[in-house]
Design a protein around this ligand. Structure first.
Ligand code: PLP
Ligand code: COI
Length: 361
């Protein structure tokens, strides 16, 4: 299914260029949306149909619509970057397409064909390419999602779905920009249990993390870090980011993909780039007590969070009911900075793209 199959019903009331440029100066995160969105419908028997680009705007739903009650919803997060030659590129959209399909399977939703997913995102970026910010560190964030649309309260997978992609120009995810963040170790709440939906990108996971995140904010921290649900001991991930540990011997470590954490595309890319830089990378469990002991002894010198929204964000401090420690000098470390530049240089077209990760539009 090529992009030729998207019907374009272009927005007659586009945001005027001067206003758009002003919005792009300081977009924040997910507050400002572009002129268009993509929608595709699905129904049992008929399959995927009615793929189109329309004006970004509200939907109207029956109050009984399934997604509003049982949260049968999945989403993705990816970015389009402005290249030095004025062109634009997506980063590894095929990986998002694959993860979206896996999430759909876990939530008993129909699989959107991967080429159709990639085409839908390309199509929106092409139509709204003027919305890709030019400032360094900014990008156009794409949010593909799928919801169950049958209006019936029976507890079963919906026969009908709506797939949609919206786009929002974004700057830094954290208010402080690139400075180090403080994590709150959640002991009251866990994020995902074995057999649950931890490795699917579904809205329910995020709803369930909000109370833990609110606790982190109350405790004066920026983000929550979750421990495993079984032993309450192994560091898993943040509410919306994966985590890496950097040791004094130059090796780095990140929790393995055992089904309870999201398989981050940033995580996978950084593992590859770190090995290219000659670093030893381990995908092994790491206990919270060990993290504290290693940080205090100087064996662990840096830690960072990573994700599409957060890019690479240094972790300066970790606090909890029974933990409190600083990592290194509490600021951005050398290895974290190198990995962040290596990734951003590829994404922004400043370094050779040896792995073919950029999808030029
Ligand atoms: N973990 C969670 C829970 C997330 O929501 C995200 C963000 O998408 C990530 C990790 C990082 O994934 P990615 O690097 O693919 O954005
Ligand atoms: C992303 O990084 O794309 C996410 O979905 C994380 C979310 C907290 C914004």
């Amino acid at each position: 299914t090529g992009s030729a199959s998207f019907l374009r019903e272009l927005n007659p009331n586009r945001v005027e260029a001067t206003k758009r440029e002003a919005l792009l100066e300081n977009p924040g995160f997910g507050r400002v949306f572009t002129d268009h969105m993509v929608t595709i419908r699905y129904s049992e028997g008929r399959g995927w149909y009615d793929a189109k680009v329309v004006a970004h705007g509200p939907f109207s739903f029956d109050p009984a619509t399934l997604v509003l009650h049982y949260a049968q919803e999945i989403f993705e997060g990816m970015k389009a970057y402005r290249l030095p030659d004025g062109g634009a590129a997506l980063f590894r959209p095929d990986a998002n397409a694959r993860r979206f399909r896996n999430s759909a399977e876990r939530l008993a939703m129909p699989a959107l064909p991967e080429p159709l997913f990639v085409d839908s995102v390309r199509e929106l970026v092409r139509v709204d390419r003027e919305w890709i910010p030019r400032t360094d560190g900014s990008a156009l964030y794409l949010r593909p999602f799928m919801i169950a649309t049958e209006a019936v309260l029976g507890m079963k997978p919906s026969p009908d779905y709506l797939y949609c992609v919206v786009a929002t120009p974004v700057g830094s995810y954290f208010k402080g920009g690139a400075s180090a963040v403080t994590l709150w170790v959640s002991e009251n709440f866990t994020r995902a249990a074995p057999g649950g939906t931890g490795d699917a990108k579904c809205g329910g996971n995020y709803a369930a993390s909000l109370a833990a995140q609110a606790e982190a904010i109350r405790e004066g921290c920026d983000q929550v870090v979750f421990l495993d649900a079984v032993e309450r001991r192994w560091v898993e991930e943040l509410g919306g980011m994966n985590v890496f540990f950097v040791f004094a011997d130059g090796s780095i470590q990140t929790p393995p993909l055992t089904g309870t954490i999201l398989p981050g595309i940033t995580r996978a890319s950084l593992i590859t780039l770190a090995r290219d830089l000659g670093l030893t990378v381990r995908e092994e469990p790491y206990a919270i007590d060990q993290w504290q002991a290693d940080a205090q002894r100087g064996k662990l010198v840096e830690a960072f969070a990573c994700g599409t929204a957060a890019v690479v964000t240094p972790i300066g401090k970790v606090k909890g009911r029974t933990h409190e420690f600083t990592i290194g000098d509490g600021n951005l470390g050398l290895v974290t900075a190198r990995l962040k530049s290596a990734l951003l240089d590829i994404q922004n077209g400043r370094a050779p793209d040896h792995y073919g990760w950029l999808d030029r539009l």
